[in-house]
Design a protein around this ligand. Structure first.
Ligand SMILES: [Fe+2]
Ligand SMILES: [Fe+2]
Length: 482
């Protein structure tokens, strides 16, 4: 076996078989209310698979859950057929599942329901239960494993000589605890320790993030993280595990954790494949040099989809949040009927109808508003240089807001400290902090973690304050290198 491996990591492909929907209001409303391009998921997944098949260096592909969207049997079969394509081409495939891959049976908190989308509604269809997933995907992971934790569906495989991969499943309740129970954590601890004793590196992969992609996540929604993440921090640092590949939040982010003793690891969180800006990670790990390199690969075309010469992002971004917001603003200002039609399934369109005049007025004002207005409102105008004032007088406020929104999922937002946009938006957030404190507005206070502030929270959205690049990183797996 060679001592170097190259693999791809795909997460949150949310595949929806074309056999379970027909064009109509039901599927459109479902797609608009989501954040992924549901109808195009087969074409998106196929486009990425083509890229992997064209990469002769790639040995393996990892899929870390939410592989299908609603746990229905047809989508699982469509997904497994794609795995077969990869294995037939000589790629090893390692799969774990997550909450979208099964439907609750009333014995946990998973509320997903498999359904067929008819023209006007939905009807129930057969689905997989959590306990059936291990067998259904047995050939894609557990069969090649050197160690298996049957209860959670976790397993360890050897990627090449000197590099192991632990694919962590979860035996939580499908919502408020998605992680390993005590027995699973003990199994993982032993697996990591055994690898270290054998002088082999271990990489981890799990659906739920171990570090929150944004700091505010940790406080707002603990259940969005891997259940037992604090224990995992300890374990990874103690056993010299330098990286965990995650998904679930649909955010592209690379964050580093360092403990008080200076030991560290990275959480490489990958954007949903089914996002308009979806990407997969290409990872190379060299057992001799200990160097691990991560970069990101997107798709330039979407064969089979009606892309009309546009890029996949241009074609898909307007389908759901935040792209719909960007489309709604000009419609609210100039074409109210089209505004209502687009808002259907995304905003309460009927309620909006009664506020037509106010909405049209607000949209028209917002459309014209320049960044300089926000600078004056936040009292940051005097902090700007003459050149920055000029540019703030030209730049539309909504253009900056939409640019920030466009970077929520793919990361690497473009406004670091020193830019006029950073100064103005941080100033606005500081003003909001003062306002909330002064008037004790509980609903807003609740959004801010203890010891934090809106000014601090907004930093995650304005620029990459994490490891500098959400798309790529190169680091050492060696214990001696810090
Ligand atoms: Fe997901
Ligand atoms: Fe998820």
């Amino acid at each position: 076996m060679k001592r170097k491996t190259t693999f791809y990591h795909i997460t949150d492909s949310h595949l929806l078989s074309p056999d379970i929907w027909v064009e109509g209001g039901a599927i459109d409303r479902r797609e608009r209310g989501d954040q992924i391009a549901l109808k195009a998921t087969p074409q998106i997944l196929d486009a990425f698979i083509e890229k992997i098949l064209a990469d002769d260096e790639a040995d393996a592909v990892l899929f870390t859950g939410d592989n299908v969207n609603e746990g229905d049997v047809q989508s699982h079969e469509a997904f497994r057929a794609r795995l077969e394509r990869l294995t037939a081409a000589g790629k090893r495939v390692f799969v774990t599942s997550a909450t979208h891959d099964y439907c609750g049976a009333g014995d946990d908190e998973n509320t997903f329901r498999a359904c067929r989308y008819t023209k006007d509604g939905t009807e129930p269809i057969p689905f997989l239960r959590k306990g059936e997933l291990f067998g259904f995907y047995y050939d894609y992971g557990p069969k090649q494993a050197i160690d298996v934790h049957r209860e959670s569906g976790s397993y360890v495989v050897r990627l090449c000589d000197g590099v192991r991969l632990a694919m962590i499943g979860d035996n939580g309740n499908g919502r408020s605890h998605c992680g390993l129970f005590e027995d699973g954590m003990r199994w993982l601890q032993n697996a990591l320790h055994e690898a270290r004793e054998a002088g082999e590196y271990v990489l981890l992969a799990v659906h739920h993030p171990v570090l929150p992609p944004w700091e505010v996540f940790r406080h707002m929604a603990d259940y969005e993280l891997f259940g037992g993440y604090r224990e995992l921090y300890e374990m990874m640092c103690a056993e010299n595990v330098r990286v965990v590949f995650t998904g679930h939040t649909h955010l592209q982010s690379i964050r580093k954790y360092t403990d008080s003793a200076g030991r560290w690891f990275l959480d490489v969180s990958t954007i949903a494949l089914a996002n308009a800006a979806g990407k997969m990670r290409r990872v190379t790990a060299d057992a001799d040099s200990g160097v691990c390199t991560v970069r990101s690969v997107g798709i330039e075309t979407l064969p089979g989809a009606d892309a009309g010469g546009r890029s996949p992002f241009e074609c898909l971004y307007g389908l759901n949040f935040p792209g719909i917001l960007e489309r709604l603003l000009p419609l609210g200002a100039h074409d109210f009927d089209a505004f209502l039609a687009l808002a259907d399934g995304f905003l309460p369109a009927e309620k909006l109808r009664s506020h037509k005049k106010a909405i049209r007025f607000a949209c028209r004002r917002l459309e014209r508003m320049k960044l300089s207005a926000a600078a004056r409102l936040s009292a940051t105008w005097k902090k700007l240089t003459p050149a920055q004032r000029k540019s703030a007088g030209r730049e539309r406020l909504t253009d900056v807001v939409f640019e920030v929104l466009r970077h929520i999922y793919p990361g690497n937002a473009p406004y670091p400290p020193g830019t006029v946009e950073h100064t103005v938006f941080t100033g606005c957030a500081e003003k909001l902090d003062r306002f909330v404190r002064r008037f004790h507005i509980e609903a807003l206070q609740k959004l801010v973690p203890p010891g934090s502030s809106f000014a601090e929270i907004v930093q995650d959205f304005l620029y990459n304050n994490r490891t500098g690049d959400d798309d790529a990183i190169c680091f050492s797996l060696r214990e001696a290198d810090s």
